[in-house]
Ligand binder design. Structure first.
Ligand code: PLP
Length: 769
């Protein structure tokens, strides 16, 4: 196991995610350490050690008052803003309950772009305290500004209204003076909470000059450690303790105070309050930084769009989307380049957008592709220079991997060669490229991946020999046509049938003696073999090297089977155009044209196993095994197939025909701190970086235990398996990626394909410094 000291920041790391949390300033860390080691007393103790602690507690409280302009009202230390929000909302709801709710339709209002802590807390305590109010979002306009007309309309019925000083995703700030006049004109008594988390240190606050009732703050958003926060409560505003107990904080918040956190906050607030210290930059400097970042981003991403108007935003946040690039691609790129940013959406294949940008009415692609870069008020000019430099460097990798087209970057020495597998929502698109001949063919292109293919073709100037489907269901999108219309200048001339097969093709003989049509792609031949069963028009494509007019079984590199063979199953045969008997015959035909180890490439991959072979299927797919060794009659096969298909729900079901479970026990785990010594003992081992090309290129100087990496993206893993399938069994491969997920998957695939000595590094680059 790694020790804590083994976990270190990566060299040259650039942190641009200050809205999520900030690093702790050395002054704050020293103050916390000083308090822990020397002033460790309990502020409630009456002896001298306790009194010293009490002094730290109360002087910090005074500093908080000064910095936020709280000449009156209460300042309570909390564990962070979420606790402050709970306390404020419970206090407001409890007061409403005690006073009696006179409104017919009582409302709990909150801004549509509030941090989730606010609406979730409102809903939770509304239910827990049995308030029975409606929790209603106040809409925002395209700039993220709250709709004051909506507030005017509803404020009379509101028990509480929650707004925020500045938004965490966009930095958009609200006009608190305007809000105050609208709120108080409409309802003098409504309790008003303003989430001030992102405003501290960036906006000047004179809280006692406002009628804000509750204002939560959080230390870790301003260079103090996590676990310390502050809640301001206006004088005479109702208060219900959220934590009861020993009566600390004048009974308002029990529990021994987090004195190290409070001391750290003290250090930060002292810097903020000092006229001589320049740790915290003035507004103009921060605006200059933003301009520099803006200039860099617009230079490297010509298709960038900013998701907020800088006029209404704090200078420390830039939220943007880039046309043609997903937030995942940008995040992965930046993370590999050691630049930490965050995305507005979840990083999964099913992308979800940002609710903040959705509320602002931004188009779906902007919301789903959003990236947030946030620096802090203590960021230095040098850090901004380094960040801009690193961004420029990183984005070059996108040109190399053809994710972004460019007139100025020569991509000829980069780009892919051989077989590519792109997966979208467990559907596989297979693209074979002959780089030298500049020719390619694509099979079963998923509509969502059409643009990826387009970029690759345009970036490298490839000629597309054919855009093929392995079969066609009724009402299916005509992707071959769609692609041909998108890039007509790259497509070979001629006529194509419904599956995209060109009218002009030659004839080759397969190992079973069958003569079938074929086309040439660079140095290889692609033959089309009908395999009806799943659908009437199902075909297999066999890619290999021709010998005279023959495509011998041992010369077939890959066979693309569409849905007919799944990894661990067979395509369903209960559709309108299916026929189980035909499938039985087709499987036997196919068996006569390839060898047992030929890689079978299906158009679905439900278990991240990438490809399979007849040899592997015979072990794990009893139905297919029965057909191939002829232990199953066609009648028996049909009977079993019908029964399996009947267990599948209607259409679009991901589980076509039972799935194999694959044990991963034999894969060796190599902890990051074991790598050095492993490499000394096994100097010939290959470290395989399975991240995508742009991630690898983003920081090409990354070495692992002094060893240069071999980049085999998951999209090229099947090609890698093919190339090394029959070579030295004893060679050792260590798979590594960003966090350990992809390397785990890759190692399992290699193992399944007969690679004997495979390891992976759990935790991946994230745990290497
Ligand atoms: N409010 C806003 C605007 C925030 O950005 C955050 C943190 O992301 C919170 C509330 C929650 O703060 P804490 O992490 O201190 O509970």
């Amino acid at each position: 196991m790694l020790t804590l000291n083994d976990i270190q920041p990566q060299k040259n790391e650039i942190y641009l995610d200050n809205n999520a949390t900030t690093p702790v300033l050395p002054q704050a860390a020293e103050a916390a350490m000083h308090t822990m080691q020397l002033c460790y007393g309990n502020p409630s103790s009456s002896h001298i050690t306790g009194l010293k602690a009490k002094y730290i507690l109360e002087t910090t409280r005074s500093l908080v008052r000064k910095v936020i302009g709280a000449t009156s009202g209460g300042i309570t230390f909390t564990s962070g803003a979420t606790e402050g929000i709970q306390t404020a909302i419970i206090s407001a709801l409890n007061a409403a309950r005690e006073k009696g709710i006179s409104q017919k339709n009582p409302l709990l209002l909150y801004g549509a772009t509030e941090h989730k802590a606010v609406p979730e807390t409102l809903k939770h305590w509304n239910a827990m305290l049995n308030i029975g109010a409606e929790v209603l979002a106040i809409p925002v306009d395209e700039n993220g500004i709250l709709d004051v007309e909506f507030i005017k309309l509803h404020i009379a019925d509101a028990l509480v209204i929650c707004t925020m000083a500045a938004n965490n995703e966009t930095g958009v700030f609200q006009d608190l003076d305007l809000l105050e006049s609208v709120i108080r004109n409409g309802n003098k008594d409504v309790l008003w909470m303003v989430d001030c988390v992102q405003a501290l240190g960036k906006l000047s606050l004179n809280i006692s000059e406002t009628t804000i009732d509750y204002a939560p703050f959080s230390g870790h958003k301003l260079y103090a450690p996590k676990g310390i926060g502050v809640l301001y409560v206006r004088e005479n505003a109702p208060f219900t303790p959220f934590i009861a107990g020993g009566g600390q904080e004048s009974g308002l918040r029990s529990g021994t105070e987090n004195l190290p956190g409070i001391a750290a906050l003290h250090a930060i607030l002292s810097l903020l309050d000092s006229e001589h210290d320049d740790t915290f930059k003035d507004h103009e400097t921060l605006v200059r930084y933003r301009q520099q970042m803006f200039d860099t981003l617009t230079e490297v991403f010509p298709d960038i769009i900013f998701n907020h108007d800088f006029k209404y935003s704090l200078p420390t946040t830039l939220n943007f989307s880039v046309k043609g690039l997903s937030s995942k691609e940008i995040m992965d790129l930046f993370d590999a380049a050691r630049i930490r940013v965050s995305s507005g959406s979840a990083c999964s294949s099913k992308v979800t957008g940002s609710f903040v940008l959705d509320a602002m009415g931004k188009p779906k692609w902007q919301s789903e592709g959003a990236i947030r870069m946030s620096f802090g008020p203590a960021t230095t000019q040098q850090e901004i220079d380094q960040a801009c430099q690193a961004i420029k460097q990183a984005v070059k990798a996108l040109h190399h991997s053809c994710l972004m087209l460019s007139d100025t970057h020569d991509t000829s020495e980069f780009g892919v060669d051989g077989l590519q597998q792109w997966v979208y929502d467990q559907q596989c698109t297979w693209c074979y490229v002959d780089k030298a001949a500049k020719e390619c063919v694509v099979i079963d292109v998923v509509p969502e991946l059409v643009n990826k293919f387009e970029k690759l073709v345009k970036c490298q100037g490839y000629k597309v020999i054919a855009v093929l489907d392995s079969h066609r269901h009724e009402h299916q999108v005509l992707t071959p046509e769609m692609v041909r219309e998108l890039i007509p200048e790259h497509i070979a001339a001629g006529h194509f049938n419904l599956l995209g097969w060109p009218a002009e093709s030659k004839i080759v003989r397969l190992a079973n003696g069958q003569q079938v049509p074929a086309i040439t792609v660079g140095g290889k031949i692609l033959a089309q073999l009908p395999i009806p069963g799943h659908t009437e028009n199902s075909v297999a494509y066999l890619l290999g090297e021709i010998d005279g007019d023959d495509l011998l079984a041992e010369n077939v590199d890959y066979v693309f089977v569409g849905d007919s063979i799944q990894i661990g199953g067979l395509g369903r045969t209960d559709l309108a155009q299916s026929n189980a008997q035909s499938m039985y015959e087709s499987l036997q035909t196919l068996n006569g044209t390839v060898i047992d180890s030929t890689l079978i490439c299906p158009s679905h991959d439900y278990q991240s196993l990438f490809s399979t072979s007849l040899a592997m299927e015979k072990k794990t797919n009893p139905l297919l095994n029965g057909v191939l060794n002829q232990s199953l009659s066609v009648e028996e096969f049909t009977k079993q197939k019908v029964s399996i298909d009947q267990q599948l729900p209607e259409s679009e079901n991901p589980c076509f025909c039972g799935q194999i479970s694959f044990s991963s026990d034999e894969i060796g785990n190599l902890a990051p701190n074991e790598l050095e010594s492993f490499m000394v003992k096994h100097p010939k081992a290959t470290v395989v970086d399975v991240r995508e090309v742009h991630e690898y290129e983003a920081y090409p100087e990354a070495y692992v235990a002094g060893k240069q990496l071999v980049n085999v993206p998951l999209s090229q893993l099947t090609e890698f398996v093919h190339n090394f399938q029959h070579s030295n069994d004893d060679h050792e491969f260590i798979c590594i990626c960003r966090s350990g997920n992809r390397s785990d998957a890759a190692a399992k695939v290699l193992k399944r394909n007969g690679f004997a000595k495979v390891y992976h590094v759990p935790g991946g680059f994230a745990l290497l410094s």
